[in-house]
Ligand binder design. Structure first.
Ligand SMILES: [Zn+2]
Length: 488
């Protein structure tokens, strides 16, 4: 083992030198490991071994081969404690004492192209206000390079705050080149990106969608083992943008032919409830379909979603702050029919960019509802926990994005998408409860290390491979162009 060089910068250099080696090994030692794997739970004073792009083993004293290690089975080679001891030979060792290792967060829905417009309407009135200014306004003048700038900025910011997987609901695909730019932006950041492609709502566009999905799949998503995956993005009804973008049997067939999942946005209220029932009748709900928001749906719609194993992406802050239908994130409704939802950021034009905000907002809103409903009645409380919202933000998000076997928990055999969180920083010391520290105590400043597929993307508190000054001038130039060009 190369333990001689223990400075962070030195370790990063070693990791970088090995980055192309498919057998490279990193051993994190002495950490509190919040696996979010239901079987592994939380391990104290333990080690985690990364080999290549995957997690090879987790357990105490991996270097000495002590018992209790949980190793990967199958093709990766290491299995159990003895295999792990062998596997650590040549590993770059990272002293992780005083830290929590946790799975990277998974965002199940964000419109990344809007990032250079972030917080431009912090007090937006309602959905109509957002739609008219953004989708009917700014979106119509976006060039491919604006798609690239916004999407890259969103993905880098996601990595900085510990989101290792981001579903980009890219609904401004005005031309092929707009789609290319959004995909290349994800690729250039090294995030585990899900490009969910949809045509735009308003203005002139090439009408290349959804046919262009076939080209995109061939050109960018041909491997089963790559960071980027493809989904179809679509809307619940034709109320906002007409029938072209509305989910139904025809789009479902296109997605099935391509072997990709479907993420459906703007699922709320009576019209969407009726749509959900018709999708159930057509047999086009299921685990490969994600319904986003799901506010104000009827109990019949929820029943159909639960019975079909359909996934749900909640957007707690946009539901509440923009006021979508009932404005109440539908976590109780989902849990009642057996659906554990993922969480999502949605639009940065009016909302925070990070997953901590989503977890805390959902926790506070649900517990407020539960206590309020029982207040003065002596009735039972049914409250979600910090563990629940962390599960939603990690493992359930991965499942929702169709990546449940790939990421979302620290499990031997899964990809090494993990966070190094400082548990003894000013705002977190002393470490009393690791889940509490992650959900309620931490923020982006405490995440000093982020690995995606075993590659460092943030180290020593800095997002890697970003020239901030150059980024700032690109973002500013794009923002100026978009704001000063009359809507088409
Ligand atoms: Zn959305």
């Amino acid at each position: 083992m190369s333990t001689d060089d223990t400075t962070s910068a030195g370790i990063l250099e070693q990791l970088r030198r090995q980055s192309a080696d498919p057998r490279r090994r990193i051993l994190f030692t002495g950490a509190t490991i919040v696996t979010m794997d239901p079987e592994l739970g939380i391990l104290h004073d333990s080690d985690l071994l990364v080999e290549g792009d995957a997690i090879a083993a987790i357990g105490p004293n991996l270097a000495s081969g002590a018992s209790g290690a949980s190793g990967a089975s199958g093709a990766s080679g290491a299995s159990g404690a003895s295999g792990a001891a062998e596997g650590v030979a040549g590993a770059v060792v990272v002293d992780a004492s005083g830290t929590i290792l946790a799975p990277g967060f998974v965002d199940t829905h964000r419109h990344a192209w809007e990032a250079q417009l972030r917080r431009i309407m912090p007090d937006v009135d309602d959905l109509g206000g957002y739609v008219m200014s953004t989708l009917a306004g700014y979106a119509t003048v976006y060039r491919p390079q604006d798609m690239y700038v916004g999407t890259r900025l969103a993905a880098l910011t996601a990595i900085d705050s510990g989101i290792t997987t981001m579903l980009d609901f890219s609904h401004n695909s005005r031309t092929r080149e707009h789609s290319d730019a959004a995909i290349e932006a994800l690729r250039d950041t090294g995030i585990r990106g899900v490009h969910a492609s949809m045509g735009p709502h308003f203005g002139e566009w090439d009408r290349q969608w959804p046919a262009d999905l076939t080209r995109l799949k061939d050109q960018y998503f041909s491997s089963d083992d790559q960071l980027l995956t493809l989904r179809m993005a679509t809307l619940a009804t034709d109320e906002i943008a007409g029938p072209v973008l509305a989910y139904g049997p025809e789009l479902a067939r296109t997605a099935a032919d391509l072997g990709i999942g479907v993420s459906v946005d703007a699922v709320f209220g009576k019209a969407s409830s009726a749509a959900v029932l018709s999708w159930a009748e057509h047999g086009i709900l299921g685990p490969d379909v994600t319904l986003i928001h799901a506010t104000g749906l009827t109990s019949e719609a929820w029943k159909a979603m639960g019975e079909s194993g359909t996934t749900v992406a909640l957007a707690p802050t946009s539901d509440a702050q923009i006021g979508l239908e009932t404005a109440i994130p539908a976590v109780d409704e989902a849990l009642a029919v057996g659906i554990r939802p993922g969480l999502s950021i949605d639009v940065e034009v009016a909302l925070a960019s990070d997953m901590f905000t989503q977890m805390r907002a959902l926790l506070a809103i649900q517990r407020m509802r539960a206590v309020n409903a029982a207040y003065g009645t002596g009735g039972d409380l049914s409250r979600i926990t910090t563990h629940d919202v962390l599960d939603f933000a990690t493992l359930q998000g991965a499942r929702t994005n169709g990546l449940g076997d790939v990421t979302g928990s620290l499990t031997p055999g899964k990809k090494a998408d993990l966070l190094v969180v400082q548990a003894e920083d000013l705002n977190n010391m002393p470490l009393n409860d690791p889940i509490g520290t992650l959900v309620l105590g931490s923020d982006a400043r405490n995440i000093t290390g982020v690995l995606v597929g075993g590659q460092p993307r943030k180290w020593n508190g800095q997002v890697l491979d970003v020239d901030l000054a150059a980024l700032r001038s690109e973002v500013s130039a794009s923002r100026t162009y978009v704001l000063n060009t009359p809507a088409g």
